[in-house]
Write a protein that binds this ligand. Structure first.
Ligand code: ATP
Length: 144
């Protein structure tokens, strides 16, 4: 399925969650700029995503140089390092990105992300746990 209205998305963090988001977007025909500080991950994803860059996303100058303000949306897929997650959302918001989706590990983490400029906060493990509970009791129609 290719979307007829392609969008441009910055994806920060190429862990399991971020790389799945980025790869799915590319498969749907969207343009993705992926950023990760880990050179091995940058190399791993270089051929599969539109642009893959090694950078520290908490560095607001570096983000601006990458032209993040020209992108429609951003996804911050950093979980474990809460400080990096918060600073990245803040830097994206300050650079002028209007639609920022961020992954949170806990409710408190999510609350901070909202305060610093995330427009959508997602809790992938919590949401998937809820979904599995509904799926295994046969209430699939709620989720498809
Ligand atoms: P998952 O469960 O999706 O694998 P995770 O919650 O364990 O991910 P992390 O390992 O915290 O997530 O981070 C995901 C990615 O974000 C990692 O590949 C890491 O290199 C990258 N990352 C973390 N901090 C920064 C940063 N400051 N700049 C750029 N990339 C970063």
């Amino acid at each position: 399925f290719r979307n007829s209205d392609p969008t441009t998305v910055v994806v920060i963090g190429l862990g399991r969650f971020g790389s799945a988001v980025a790869e799915s977007l590319v498969q749907m025909g969207h343009e993705v700029l992926a950023v990760d500080e880990n050179p091995a991950l940058v190399e791993r994803w270089a051929d599969d995503l539109t642009h893959v860059v090694q950078a520290d996303s908490t560095d607001d100058q570096a983000l601006r140089q990458l032209g993040v303000a020209d992108f429609d949306r951003a996804v911050v897929a950093i979980g474990d390092d809460i400080e990096a997650s918060v600073l990245t959302v803040l830097a994206l918001a300050e650079a002028g990105v209007k639609d920022i989706w961020a992954k949170a590990i806990t409710r408190k983490h999510g609350k901070i992300l909202q305060r610093v400029g995330a427009t959508h906060v997602v809790y992938p493990e919590f949401s998937m746990g809820e979904r599995v509970a509904h799926m295994l009791t046969g209430r699939m129609e709620d989720y498809i």
